[in-house]
Design a protein around this ligand. Structure first.
Ligand code: DGT
Ligand code: MG
Length: 360
């Protein structure tokens, strides 16, 4: 038996999709530090470093208790040299010097501010910084040409950087349901993204739309958007802006997708001194044919790292290719059909992980 002074050692699977990661995180002091460095790497187009920090943070999120000593981490996967250095710093000094200096850096501050604009990604922000633009005032004064999404992003900057609550997500869900039912009765709307995982706030609200009859969903998105826009004259909540390219369309995404901004009417008690009776909220709409729906639900529920790990597991461990559309078995050279997330996990040889435990 071990001496009682020894701290518990953890045993953790190496892929995040093999683990159950709930929202209660016993190591937020460590995961906040690593997440900030991940974010900084991603904003600097250093994706490899970003993923390494994200994996390390995800591993710590899955631990059942708080880490108090480096010795507890011995033998654990996903913790690279750099991440271990950051963890050690936080455990010994309360903060990581690298995190502190990143937070203070002019470049990080500018990247945060500029990418906080709807429609502005790391590349655009980087270009602006090189042109001497570090904040919104300098951007406004610079005379830079902004696309439609970016103009809306700048106009509604404060609203869009205010976290969306679950109550707001539900209110928007009702509007989307109404829009979809009006233009194509029988259509179904599913809440995806962070709110499906049980998060209480989010940076946007994600919905997936389908119809039980294959093919009926074709051309649905423009109709939904037109319906939402037609509500502009009423006091109800409506769509303000759409289309992008808010994020570059990856070749994985062949769905009809619409990044949009909703004007959500505030309830009486939420009205502020400014007497603004609505607030802007980001809403991400995706349409999927019913035959791909299970893959789409799985692919859009997240977290982003959980998704990435599922695809890595499929490729490296199962010789399969997983996307938000399908699962292809390279060994059998065929697509594997599924009508539920449970079936997809089973094909992948993984224990089923419910959405609330995909918060890697
Ligand atoms: P949030 O909104 O900050 O609270 O967090 P999430 O988890 O809702 O993240 P979000 O809204 O960026 O994306 C929702 C999920 O959709 C995300 O967990 C993974 C997936 N996703 C996001 N962007 C893409 C994309 O470009 N392609 C694919 N296939 N999936 C994406
Ligand atoms: Mg989201």
């Amino acid at each position: 038996s071990r001496p009682f002074t020894e701290v518990a050692l953890f045993s953790v699977s190496s892929y995040a999709c093999q683990r159950r990661t709930t929202l209660d995180n016993h190591n937020s002091n460590l995961t906040d530090a690593l997440s900030l460095l991940a974010e900084n790497a991603e904003l600097s187009n250093e994706d490899g470093r970003g993923v390494a920090f994200r994996r390390a943070a995800a591993l710590l999120k899955a631990l059942p208790t708080q880490v108090i000593s480096m010795s507890q981490l011995r033998g654990l996967p996903c913790l690279g040299e750099h991440s271990l250095r950051v963890i050690k710093d936080v455990l010994e000094n309360g903060v990581s010097s690298e995190v502190e200096s990143t937070k203070q850096s002019k470049r990080y501050k500018a990247l945060k501010i500029l990418t906080g604009i709807f429609g502005v990604g790391a590349k655009t922000a980087d270009r602006w910084i090189r042109e001497g633009i570090y904040n919104l005032e300098q951007l406004r004064d610079s005379g830079q040409t902004l696309n439609r999404a970016q103009k809306a992003g700048l106009e509604h900057y404060d609203d869009l950087n205010e976290p969306v609550t679950k109550a707001e997500a539900d209110a928007i869900g009702e509007i989307v349901q109404k829009a979809v039912n009006s233009v194509l009765p029988g259509s179904e709307v599913a809440l995806t993204g962070g709110f499906r995982r049980g998060k209480l706030t989010g940076h946007d609200v994600d919905f997936l739309i389908t119809h039980p009859e294959e093919g009926k969903e074709v051309g649905l998105m423009p109709k939904v958007v037109a319906w939402l826009e037609s509500q502009k004259t009423t006091r109800n909540s409506y769509l303000e802006s759409k289309d992008g390219p808010a994020r570059p369309a990856s070749n994985m995404d062949r769905f009809e997708r619409c990044f949009s901004i909703f004007k959500l009417t505030k309830r009486k008690e939420q009205e502020t001194a400014s007497h603004k009776i609505w607030r802007a909220v980001r809403v991400d709409l995706v349409v999927s044919p019913i035959s791909q729906f299970a893959f789409a639900v799985l692919g859009w529920t997240g977290s982003k790292l959980f998704e990435r790990e599922l695809r890595r597991w499929a490729g490296h461990e199962k010789n399969m290719s997983l996307s938000s559309h399908a699962l292809f078995d390279n060994t059998q050279n065929k697509y594997l059909r599924a009508t539920s997330e449970e079936e997809i996990f089973a094909y992948l040889g993984l224990e089923y992980i419910p959405p609330s435990e995909r918060n890697a």
